[in-house]
Ligand binder design. Structure first.
Ligand code: SF4
Ligand code: SF4
Length: 431
């Protein structure tokens, strides 16, 4: 049996290191929509300290409080002591999962994430029968619930489903006619694989233009982020081990593995190692560390390692459509990536900044998008309003979780702006 999080992660040490300055409170996503000390980083840390000392029982009320954190890391970026509130919350969620179990629909979802072949079949069936419960949105932004479904209210915008997944649409190797300049592997992420397949299509299109040799590893599995944020440590360990064993069979031959998704790249680059350290899998850490220098978010790698920007400036089509860029928490705050996608979009699109591009969109993970969707809705509203104020035609972010959340937030607030991954806009400019 796994050790309890409180035995492996020192909540009390984190709690003692908090100087109660309160800098984290105004920037906290959950505190902004539920202004109560218990739902603030400082409050979470206090409660976790009490939990470790045995002064707080992990009852349903505490569970509810710890599940209300969006894991946006806003607090970490302003804390003078760099206290990783998001990480201690991730760890206590393992205790919550241990004590209360994980609901059946999440267990079913994580089972599918572990079993690609079954997931392929389920998604194909979903595509065939989707119109029974869902209608295609007139603007092509996704699917709308025809009637109220369990945890899904009528009219909610959900991600579209592809007839064929990205991984099943391409050969494993795409080699340019000329001698390739570089060789990259693509890690696609589950939402881009099954729902937003035009992201992968655009990435392949860009890589072909750059005469880069592309490898699409067919046996890749989910990075583990949805399970990690829910406290399902067994699934996270399984996915890290499977992916790591597989990546090691080919990564020596490639310059990089590029990922068009902020959350998946942050999970592999940052959270794999943290998870292994906190869950007694330290034998995996040197293997992960060997891999890390080659793992990159797609726009960041393309910006720093290719002539894409120059190509866009000299040969790209110029559009009049205004674009505003939203900073995914897992890109800007976790990986420091925010200028690169803007630099690649600016040559071909007029850019406008929203009032707070760094504010969390409110996606928050599987629990937030199901049992606690009312919180995601509240967090999405101000973001939809600031996007509307820009009058942009497109809002862009290199993150499909942000796409799910912002598309629905805009649908809910009647904002007509359309969401595009920057790679889709870049590929469009190169056509
Ligand atoms: S991770 Fe975000 S929501 Fe959670 S405590 Fe920190 S700022 Fe608040
Ligand atoms: S910013 Fe850091 S030290 Fe200050 S109250 Fe928040 S968690 Fe504590």
């Amino acid at each position: 049996m796994n050790k309890e999080a409180k035995d492996i992660f020192n909540f009390k040490e984190t709690s003692d290191a908090c100087v109660k300055c309160g800098k984290c409170v105004p920037v906290c996503t959950i505190h902004q929509i539920n202004p109560d000390e218990t739902t603030s980083p400082r409050g979470f840390i206090d409660l976790l300290g009490a939990y470790q000392k045995g002064d707080l029982e992990l009852d349903r009320n505490a569970k509810d409080i710890f599940e209300s954190c969006f894991l946006c890391t806003n607090c970490v970026s302003v804390c003078p002591n760099l206290l990783a509130t998001d990480m201690v919350i991730e760890e206590v969620r393992a205790d919550i999962a241990e004590k209360y179990g994980i609901s059946w629909f999440k267990r079913a979802f994580f089972f599918l994430l572990r079993n690609r072949t079954i997931m392929d079949i389920v998604m194909k069936l979903g595509f065939m029968f989707k119109t029974c419960a869902l209608s295609v949105d007139a603007e092509g932004r996704g699917l709308k619930a025809r009637f109220a479904l369990p945890m899904i209210k009528k009219g909610r915008l959900l991600p579209s489903m592809a007839k064929t997944s990205f991984l099943n649409s391409y050969p494993e190797h795409i080699t340019p006619k000329k001698q390739p300049k570089q060789k990259v592997a693509v890690f696609i992420g589950c939402l881009a694989n099954y729902n937003y397949t035009t992201i992968g299509d655009s990435l392949v299109e860009i890589l072909k233009k750059l005469e880069i040799d592309v490898f699409i590893p067919k046996k890749q599995l989910c990075c583990g982020a949805p399970a990690y944020f829910t406290g399902d440590t067994n699934t996270v360990e399984y996915l890290i081990r499977k992916n790591l064993d597989y990546f090691e069979t080919f990564m020596d031959e490639y310059d990089a593995m590029i990922i068009p998704e902020a959350t998946c790249s942050a999970m592999i680059k940052h959270d794999w190692e943290v998870f292994c350290k906190n869950n007694n899998h330290s034998e995996l850490i040197p293997r992960i560390q060997k891999l890390l220098p080659k793992i990159h978010m797609a726009t960041s790698w393309l910006h720093d390692n290719t002539n894409l920007k120059e190509l866009l400036e000299t040969k790209g089509k110029k559009f009049d459509d205004l674009v505003t860029y939203h900073d995914p928490c897992h890109a800007r705050k976790v990986q420091g990536i925010y200028q690169e996608p803007r630099n690649l979009l600016a040559p071909n699109y007029p850019m406008v900044e929203m009032s707070d591009p760094n504010r969390c969109c409110g996606f928050g993970g599987v629990t937030m998008q199901s049992e606690k969707f009312y919180l995601a809705e509240l967090a999405g509203k101000p973001k939809a309003a600031m996007i509307k104020d820009t009058k942009a035609k497109y809002v862009s972010a290199e993150c499909s979780a942000c796409r799910v959340q912002l598309s629905e937030a805009m649908n809910n607030s009647n904002v007509e702006t359309i969401f595009k991954n920057p790679l889709e806009l870049i590929a469009q400019a190169l056509r």
